[in-house]
Design a protein around this ligand. Sequence first.
Ligand code: PGA
Length: 253
Amino acid sequence: MIKERKKLIAGNWKMNGSLGSAASLAVALGEGLDHDPALLTRCDFAVFPPFVHLLVVSQQLPAGVALGAQDCAVTGDGAYTGDISVNMLVDAGCSYVILGHSERRQYHGETDGQIAAKATLCYEKKLTAIICVGETEVQRAEGRQEQVVGEQLARALPSTAKAANTVIAYEPVWAIGTGKTASPEDVKAMHSFIRQRLKEQLAEGGNMRILYGGSVKPDNAEILMSIENVDGALVGGASLKADQFLAIANGVK
Ligand code: PGA
């Protein structure tokens, strides 16, 4: 019997906004939660601004909304031009890091091995890793989605992953930013496959949160969040508007 997991609603702001708009978005989230404080009892929240906006967001973020980064370096501090270490993220107030987002895999050639190394660094600093997995449109058309996601889980998840330090985000690549969402049947099947694999791989795999991501919007949130083994959402576009982001959380019944 799987213990009831509180839903996590995570907002990936990607490479959008300015210092001013990031701060305003954090303030607007606070106002929205003041208006509807019951949301905080139903969901955990986290937002992932661009690195250079972390500090200004941390100064405005309401209680109950955690701060996270969209990536981290694969090594500790040192001569790595352009990288941001886990130490710096902790210093900036982060408690989460997204790892292996498909945009990092696609545009920066990130590998499952690098994701596992980054996750291990996160665990050492008590940061929770959100490890993203998901198949492309071609892989799904070929019926290989479970094989692809199974391999990503096997390679990107360290054996030290626990329910408290790791969240899985299933994001079919073809559903990200496209307005297409996977059907409830496909989401159910994939999340149950992931749950099975997590149980086989890890002692705490039965309790690890599995988020769905890919064009989650207020009008599809209630259905998606009601699916078995969907423990929250990783939201891109709709997380840039406080009212939409909170309306997604409102879909959690
Ligand atoms: P989207 O992005 O909600 O804009 O599809 C999701 C994500 O990439 O995390």
